[in-house]
Design a protein. Structure first.
Ligand code: UD1
Length: 344
């Protein structure tokens, strides 16, 4: 018998699709809602090829509350939500702040509003290490200070966390788990699903793999004059499948009454900081493919260094990132090769 029914918003997106796979493999019954603004329907085929199960799919926008009502009316018995549906490009958010506030906040508020009405017990929310800004100390714990957001995107994550806390405290009867992701990278080992960047990638790994395959001429390394050992920025690159698995554990915990608090917060990272230059070297070592790259100036708004202390997730959730960076880089490369086979 299938386990609980879970609504995954943004379920055809990058992290969403990997999470749907892990949920299905753990026996959950999944309904996806996605407006396909940054993904496409083929992702459903990829999911089905991996798990043998085609998830229920509703093409709609979560900012449309009547579409959400219709979904809950037609898919009775949803016990939990994992909310990935959000706009996530930092640069674009500076140019179009209202779009970001509207999409990200209205989506969350619509879901929260309907949860008690439809008996949905809990929501897992995708937050980000961006809430820590430039940390005073690394690694960061969940109690590290929250800094003033440097972009509307980052601000939507901070505000969303506050909205969730206020709504849970208001006596709504719901629970939440807030997951603060570090830098998710890589793809499913089957190469059936992965990150599908729209246009010129803004994030490091998609730009790197597109350069390695010849779509881009060279990768720009944004700055090597930071006060880090090799001068390039340091991040905590976490394998997307490891990240996806954390959602399964979080949902399970929330819905089986194991949460210690009605809102729990977890950092999802490896605990290891890797520089941009080290990441490029790891890719070249793991795949044997060279990545033409050049040092250029710093990118405005970049954080110098941030990596996670994941002990709370390790000890309380019982989850740990296990993939090696070499395996992760090989998975990113296999996905890029798969995209080439598809002519993308
Ligand atoms: C940013 C956000 C993060 C968000 C993520 C999603 C901040 C501080 N971080 O992560 O919250 O979830 O985007 O899009 O707002 N780099 C290059 N060359 C490139 C691309 C990137 O050198 O072509 C470098 C960047 O300078 C950075 C590192 O690679 O040091 C990682 O960049 P990126 O992949 O864009 O992620 P973040 O900026 O860390």
């Amino acid at each position: 018998m299938a386990k609980d029914k879970i609504l995954v918003t943004g379920g055809t997106g990058y992290i969403g699709s990997h999470t749907v796979v892990e949920l299905q493999q753990a026996g959950y019954d999944v309904v996806i809602i996605d407006n396909l603004s940054n993904s496409n329907r083929d992702v459903l085929d990829g999911i089905e090829r991996i798990t043998g199960i085609r998830p229920d799919f509703v093409e709609a926008d979560c900012t449309d509350i009547s579409a959400l009502r219709k979904l809950f009316d037609e898919h009775k018995g949803i016990r939990g939500i994992i909310n990935f549906a959000a706009s996530k490009a930092v640069g674009e958010s500076i140019e179009k702040p209202l779009l970001y506030y509207r999409n990200n906040l209205n989506t969350l508020m619509n879901l929260l509003e309907l949860m008690p009405e439809y008996g949905v017990e809990g929501i897992v929310f995708s937050s980000s290490c961006t809430v820590y800004g430039e940390p005073d100390e690394n690694p960061v714990t969940e109690n590290s200070p929250i800094k003033v957001a440097t972009s509307p995107y980052g601000n939507t994550k901070q505000i969303s966390e506050e909205i969730i806390r206020d709504f849970v405290r208001s006596g709504s009867g719901i629970k939440s788990v807030i997951l603060r992701y570090f830098n998710p990278v890589g793809a499913h080992p089957s190469a059936e699903i992965g990150e599908l960047p729209n246009g010129v990638p803004q994030n490091l790994v998609p730009y790197l793999t597109q350069t390695a395959i010849g779509i881009r001429k060279e990768l720009s390394v944004f700055g090597d004059d930071y006060s880090t050992p090799d001068g390039s920025c340091i991040r905590d690159f976490i394998n997307v499948v490891d990240l996806a698995k954390a959602h399964v554990v979080a949902v399970e915990r929330m819905l089986t009454g194991k949460s210690q608090e009605d809102v729990e917060v977890f950092n999802l990272g490896t605990g290891v900081g890797l520089s941009v230059k080290e990441l490029i070297a790891a890719f070249e070592r793991a795949t044997g493919v060279k990545v033409p790259h050049r040092i250029v100036g710093r990118r405005a708004g970049d954080i110098e260094k941030v990596w996670a202390n994941p002990e709370r997730a390790n000890n309380v959730l019982g989850w740990k990132a296990t993939a090696t960076i070499d395996d992760t880089m090989r998975s990113a490369w296999a996905w890029q090769l798969h995209l080439r086979d598809l002519g993308k």
